[in-house]
Write a protein that binds this ligand. Structure first.
Ligand SMILES: *[C@@H]1O[C@H](CO)[C@@H](O)[C@H](O)[C@H]1NC(C)=O
Length: 254
C-alpha cells in the first residue's frame, strides 16, 4: 500500500497545495496601478497603514506574529570611540506603539524601472522596553548596570525605502524585499534605566537625569542598531505577505 509511488504521489500533492497563491486578507484594501499617480500614492498610504494596524494581533495564515507589541530577540551595541563609549546590550525587547495612531505618507511605488517602494511614516510615541546591560562611559562619566530599560521616542518620523525584486513562480510574478532601509528621526527621546549601579537610588536617579540631558547624543549611538533591527523584522514581515500573494493581487494593474 505505502509503496514508493504512493508516497511520491502524496509528496507531489503536498508540494502542489503549498505553492498555491494566497489572497490578501479580505479586509485589506488594494490599490490599482492604473490610478493617477497622486491617487495611487494616497491609496497606498491608507492601505499600508490599515494593513499594519490590522497586524497588531498578528496574522496566523501568513505566519506573522503580533506587532503590538513587537517582540525582538536582542540588540548589542559595541562601545564606540568618542564622547559615548558604552557597551549596550538589550534583551527581551518589546516595541510598543508601532500601530497606535500610525500615519503613512508619500508612498511611491516603482515597478517598471527597477523595483522600489518608498514612504514616510509617523508614530506619536514608540517605547523600546527591554532588559538592559550597560558598561562604559558617557562624557567621561562611568555608567554601569543592568535591569529594566525604557527608551521612548516621541514624534517619531521614519523614512522607509524597500528595494525589491520581481520573480516568477508558477507563472505568476511575485515581489521580494531585498533590502529595507529605514531612518528614524524622533522629536524627543526619553531614557529610563532602572537599577543603575546596582540600584543605588541617588546615583541612579542623577545618572538617568544626566543621560536624559544628553539623550540626543546617546540616541545617535542607539539609532543605527534600532534601524537595523527594525529593518530586519520588517523585511521578514513584508516578505511573509509578498512571497504568498502575487504582485498583481496586491497592486492590480486595472
Ligand atoms: C515607557 O515610558 C513611557 C514614557 O514615560 C511610558 O508612557 C510607558 O508606559 C513606559 N512603558 C513601560 C513598560 O514602562
Amino acid at each position: 500500500m505505502w509503496n514508493m509511488s504512493t508516497i511520491k504521489f502524496f509528496l507531489v500533492v503536498i508540494s502542489l497545495t503549498t505553492v498555491i497563491a494566497a489572497e490578501l486578507p479580505k479586509n485589506w484594501e488594494v490599490c490599482s496601478r492604473s490610478l493617477p499617480e497622486e491617487e495611487f500614492s494616497k491609496c497606498l498610504d491608507k492601505a499600508a497603514r490599515d494593513a499594519v494596524v490590522s497586524l497588531a494581533g498578528g496574522l496566523k495564515s501568513f505566519k506573522i506574529f503580533p506587532v503590538e507589541p513587537l517582540l525582538v530577540d536582542s540588540v548589542k551595541i559595541g562601545g564606540s570611540q568618542g564622547s559615548v563609549n558604552l557597551k549596550q546590550e538589550y534583551k527581551n525587547i518589546k516595541l510598543y506603539g508601532l500601530t497606535k495612531d500610525l500615519e503613512i505618507h508619500n508612498h511611491h511605488l516603482e515597478l517598471d524601472n527597477g523595483c522600489l517602494l518608498t514612504s514616510d511614516s509617523f508614530n506619536p510615541q514608540v517605547d523600546f522596553v527591554a532588559d538592559y546591560r550597560l558598561d562604559g562611559k558617557v562624557l567621561l562619566l562611568p555608567v554601569k548596570g543592568s535591569g529594566k530599560s525604557n527608551v521612548t521616542m516621541y514624534g517619531l518620523k521614519s523614512h522607509n525605502e524597500l528595494a525589491c525584486e520581481k520573480y516568477e513562480k508558477n507563472g505568476e510574478t511575485y515581489l521580494k524585499i531585498k533590502k529595507y532601509s529605514v531612518t528614524f528621526s524622533p522629536d524627543k527621546v526619553k531614557l529610563n534605566f532602572d537599577n543603575l549601579f546596582d540600584g543605588d537610588k541617588v546615583i541612579g536617579t542623577q545618572l538617568n537625569t544626566f543621560m536624559n540631558e544628553n539623550a540626543d547624543l546617546l540616541f545617535k549611538e542607539l539609532q543605527g542598531p534600532y534601524e537595523e533591527t527594525f529593518s530586519q523584522v520588517f523585511t521578514k514581515l513584508s516578505n511573509e505577505v509578498f512571497s504568498r500573494v502575487p504582485m498583481d493581487k496586491i497592486f492590480p494593474p486595472k
